[in-house]
Design a protein around this ligand. Structure first.
Ligand code: SAJ
Length: 413
């Protein structure tokens, strides 16, 4: 089977890798010519375990090729960004629409078109289907159209693409069947065939469920800081209940998923999506909450920020709350940043970042920050204080003061 994948980012490239190592001939299309040329030399641009080796081998074996333009294929898979429009929270489908238009000249009867990008409910029916019908295709008869969102966790994408169940949202039953045949090349999980609109809303709800639960944990943290209870202990103890799973509070919610997908639902039904919107607002209030407590810990001075990625052990900083926090603190403090997962000439090593710092502010749970060199801290910081918003520092030696979401009450005005 020849497969053309439009968009070679965090999802498109791992997807291309798996098809290329399972008997398919894959063309990976991207608008970035540096990425295309690097890929054709077996050089990958995303930090995902295992991907570099697979792509290098696939290029050598001619089962993978990157290009700026699509070519004829049996199946076309679209994995391009779908940001939200800040003014109205709606899903920005412009990249998806451009990708659909880019494949039209290469489409033939019997082809399958799959949208993997996360899109707002009803998008496939109302916006994407007409694009192809306008070209004379009859969906479900001579062109098969489906929305098949991914649900992988960065850092374990290849494993989850293979083993997670897959939502197959065809516009018709025949569309779902054809799309399932495509994924059966490598998916070992169950291909759950359903309608496109059900697939769209299921995907958005998966991330909305998580965002709402994180908001509940963040709200609990605020309550505990106010009334004098250790929020981390409450979560730990409540979660011993067999059916309770309070999530972890943090400095906010980042990434291109949880911080965005709930808005797609809200935009469709703002009158009803009240919990969803409130959860988004609660999570978006955490950067201000963190800055408020930083001010209570030290009113001025130098802060060493550890971690700006949106979550631990990834170099992805999209929608990271860390940037909102740093932007706010820069008004009153000198800031240094250390993030071993992000290439940035302004970022420092741990040792340099903490030099003469008054506070270490942990905003990301990279493994590197879980084993901190306390001797270095006492050597480099005259009055070492750590504010850990990710609950990764379990105990500190005498002489170092640790604040986390369990003892903020000590800082109550
Ligand atoms: N976070 C918390 N507390 C928690 C869990 C996460 O504050 O208890 C924060 C993280 O620090 C991060 C954000 O939320 O800033 C998102 O973290 P995440 O662990 O949800 O990671 P994502 O966004 O990379 O992955 C999610 C996953 N969705 C679900 O778990 C329902 C993944 O399966 C999806 O495929 C992915 O979104 C996506 O691409 O949609």
């Amino acid at each position: 089977m020849k497969i053309c994948i439009i968009g070679q980012g965090y999802i498109g490239l791992p997807t291309a890798a798996l098809f290329s190592m399972n008997g398919c001939e894959v063309l990976g299309v991207d608008v970035n010519d540096e990425i295309v040329s690097n890929l054709n030399n077996g050089i990958v641009h995303i930090e995902e375990p295992g991907i570099a080796k697979i792509i290098k081998k696939a290029v050598e074996n001619n089962t993978y090729h990157a290009s700026l333009k699509p070519q004829k294929a049996d199946a076309f898979i679209i994995t391009v960004p779908t940001p939200y429009i800040v003014e109205n929270y709606k899903c920005d489908l412009s990249y998806v629409i451009d990708a659909c238009n880019s494949i039209i000249p290469y489409l033939e009867k019997g082809n399958i078109v799959i949208i993997e990008s996360t899109i707002a409910p009803m998008s496939t029916d109302d916006i994407i289907k007409p694009i192809f019908e306008k070209e004379g295709f009859e969906i479900g008869k001579d062109l098969y159209l489906a929305h098949c969102p991914e649900r992988v966790l960065p850092g374990q994408i290849l494993d989850e693409l293979v083993n997670n169940d897959r939502i197959i949202g065809g516009l018709t039953a025949e569309c779902s069947k054809k799309a399932s045949e495509v994924y059966s090349q490598f998916v070992k999980g169950k291909c759950m065939e359903t309608e496109a609109k059900t697939a769209e809303l299921s995907k958005c709800m998966e991330n909305t469920f998580r965002d709402v639960n994180i908001a509940l944990a963040n709200e609990l943290t605020k309550i505990c800081a106010e009334i004098g209870v250790n929020a981390l202990d409450v979560i730990k103890i409540a979660n011993r209940h067999p059916r309770v799973n309070l999530h972890q509070p943090g400095p906010g919610v980042g990434g291109h998923c949880l911080a965005i997908d709930p808005y797609f639902i809200y935009a469709k039904s703002p009158e009803n999506a009240k919990i969803i919107k409130l959860a988004r607002d609660t999570n978006n209030s955490m950067p201000e909450f963190v800055c408020d407590y930083v001010h209570r810990i030290i009113p001025s001075g130098k802060i060493a920020v550890l971690g700006v990625s949106y979550k631990g052990n990834t170099g992805d900083d999209r929608e990271s709350p860390a940037y909102k926090i740093i932007g706010n603190l820069l008004k009153d403090y000198e800031i240094t940043i250390c993030d071993p997962h992000i290439e940035n000439t302004n970022f420092l090593s741990f040792e340099d970042a903490i030099e003469n710092a008054d506070l270490i502010l942990i905003l990301c749970d990279h493994d590197e920050f879980k084993e901190i060199n306390y001797d270095l801290i006492t050597e480099k910081m005259s009055n070492p204080i750590i504010f850990d918003t990710k609950d990764i520092i379990k105990n500190v030696p005498d002489g170092i003061k640790l604040y986390n979401y369990g003892n903020l009450y000590d800082l109550k005005n």
